[in-house]
Write a protein that binds this ligand. Structure first.
Ligand SMILES: Cc1cc2nc3c(=O)[nH]c(=O)nc-3n(C[C@H](O)[C@H](O)[C@H](O)COP(=O)(O)OP(=O)(O)OC[C@H]3O[C@@H](n4cnc5c(N)ncnc54)[C@H](O)[C@@H]3O)c2cc1C
Length: 476
């Protein structure tokens, strides 16, 4: 590695989402001059928040959570001293159609994959026969060879071939996979679905745990992360959309804002798939042929329904709702709304295409009705205020075609890299995928200077029993 050659070399990172932040964090460990350009007023990208005029506090556009298997996201938070901004939930709550609660937590001592066996048996909304169907399907999907045998399969087709009933699909597979992969099971690939179960449940005891932000995302990424990166010398250019980047005399010429220009030795584009091709000059675009096809990556919407109620619905911190339009509900406790105290809940509905055309007031009332029945809340709370936010291009759908469309982070031009959750990480559209992509893009830049060590974090270790039963870990 040639640290001397790095000194003073300028790097432009375009996009202040998790991918751009991670790339900046990794590169700030070396003596570069780093400039991060963000089109919007604040950093965080899709993991962002907004402020309503008559509400004093920031509101996350949509609740975000990470899991214990998100080692790179958690590593980034550790390095930027953000871990205190998240709480770790080790107990999940499923609520069936009759309002019965089914806690789901790991045994205190059993290793993976046995740690969740008891929790699984306690999910009484699944009949014995349904539980047996699930066990046998999990057993078949676990070995690495399954990813090869069933490559190209859509998950629903695979489940039907493995004799899973409609009830089993609705009460187990859809519950886990639709929110993780952002699309219905008739569209997502077997390979992506297998990865969710292997990484999240079969590999390591801690993998299933859920990390929930305890302060607004904007405070985490736009305030705290930016402050720590600023202390490490990263320069931020907010409200500075990059219009185009061209390549002259071995340098990247970046046009941004309202006619400003700057020159850099290195360039990372960390913008979403639907925007990436637009910022490159035709010559640079020709160097990245995969950008011609990224419009084929399918986007999927997520809706979040924010409810402010006059009384509390439940003491549970969150819950997964079965047999309802609402999928996850998060309890944000009491807040000040105008002059009174209210109780704020956020409901997340992934792959929400079917909600198109429903009026926001109607959706909010439907969701409140579902919460009242799920938590058997009497008397029913009064809806003081509501807000529905639908992100049409929230995530990309993990279809079988997706992997062939994702470009690597490194390009044939040293000093030019791509990042973003949609680039080739093997992960679905998540904060973890975004952070991994940022780290891989940083590694691509560092290779130009002879640095070949990884900058990210390893996956959680595979438990011995999972290695022995299925050979997990061999594909890493
Ligand atoms: C509603 C919703 C719910 C989600 N829930 C979860 C969850 O619970 N858990 C999870 O892990 N993930 C979740 N995700 C996915 C997660 O938010 C994304 O995968 C991740 O944030 C993507 O980060 P990114 O940096 O790749 O892209 P982005 O966050 O999209 O960042 C790209 C940035 O580039 C900027 N930009 C674009 N063009 C330009 C330009 N020309 N010049 C300068 N800047 C530009 C954009 O403004 C943006 O800030 C959710 C996403 C949504 C939308």
């Amino acid at each position: 590695m040639n640290v001397k050659e790095m000194r003073g070399q300028r790097i432009a990172i375009v996009g202040g989402g998790l991918a751009g932040i991670a790339a900046a964090e990794a590169l700030s460990r070396f003596p570069f001059e780093i400039h991060l350009f963000e089109a919007k007023r604040s950093l965080g990208g899709r993991a962002g928040a907004f402020r309503e005029p008559d509400r004093p506090s920031l509101i996350d556009r949509c609740q975000h959570v990470a899991m214990g298997c998100c080692t790179n996201f958690l590593g980034l938070c550790r390095r930027l001293d953000l871990k205190a901004c998240f709480r770790r939930d080790t107990k999940l709550y499923f609520i069936d159609r009759d309002g019965k609660q089914h806690p789901f937590s790991s045994s205190t001592w059993l290793p993976a994959p046995l740690h969740l066996a008891g929790a699984f048996l306690r999910q009484k909304y699944l009949s014995k026969e349904e539980q047996q169907q699930i066990r046998s399907a999990l057993w078949e999907m676990a070995p690495p060879q399954a990813a090869v045998t069933y490559a190209g399969y859509k998950m629903r087709d695979w489940l039907l071939e493995k004799h899973q009933s409609e009830a089993t699909i609705a009460h187990f597979w859809e519950i886990v996979l639709v929110s993780a992969l952002g699309a219905p099971l008739s569209e997502v690939s077997f390979t992506a679905a297998r990865k969710v179960f292997v990484d999240g449940f079969l590999r390591n005891r801690q993998a299933y745990q859920v990390y929930v932000p305890t302060i607004p995302l904007q405070d985490i990424f736009d305030v705290q992360a930016a402050q720590r990166l600023g202390e490490k010398g990263v320069h931020f250019h907010r409200q500075s959309p990059v219009r185009q980047v061209a390549y002259f005399n071995s340098r990247f010429n970046v046009r941004y804002g309202h006619g400003d220009e700057a020159v850099f030795e290195n360039f990372i584009a960390a913008v979403p798939w639907h925007q990436s091709p637009k910022i490159f000059s035709p010559i640079l675009k020709n160097l990245m042929p995969k950008l011609d096809n990224v419009h084929e990556i399918e986007s999927s919407p997520i809706s979040s329904v924010h409810l402010w109620l006059d009384r509390p619905l439940t003491k549970l911190p969150h819950a997964v709702l079965l047999d309802r339009t609402s999928q996850w509900v998060f309890n944000h406790g009491s807040r000040q709304l105008r002059d009174s105290t209210c109780y704020y809940y956020q409901v997340v509905i992934s792959a929400s295409q079917a909600l198109t055309g429903i009026k926001h007031e109607d959706l909010a009332r439907q969701v409140l009705g579902e919460l009242v029945s799920a938590f058997r809340a009497t008397p029913a709370p009064y809806l003081l205020d509501q807000q529905v936010v639908t992100e049409k291009q929230a995530v990309f759908a993990a279809t079988p075609e997706l992997e062939g469309l994702r470009p690597n982070q490194g390009t044939i031009l040293p000093g030019l890299a791509l990042a973003g959750d949609w680039t080739k990480t093997g992960w679905p559209s998540t904060m973890e995928g975004a952070v991994r992509s940022g780290y891989l893009a940083a590694e691509a830049i560092l290779r130009k200077y002879g640095h070949h060590e990884p900058v990210g974090d390893p996956d959680l270790p595979v438990a011995l029993i999972s290695k022995w039963l299925w050979g997990l870990g061999k594909e890493d």
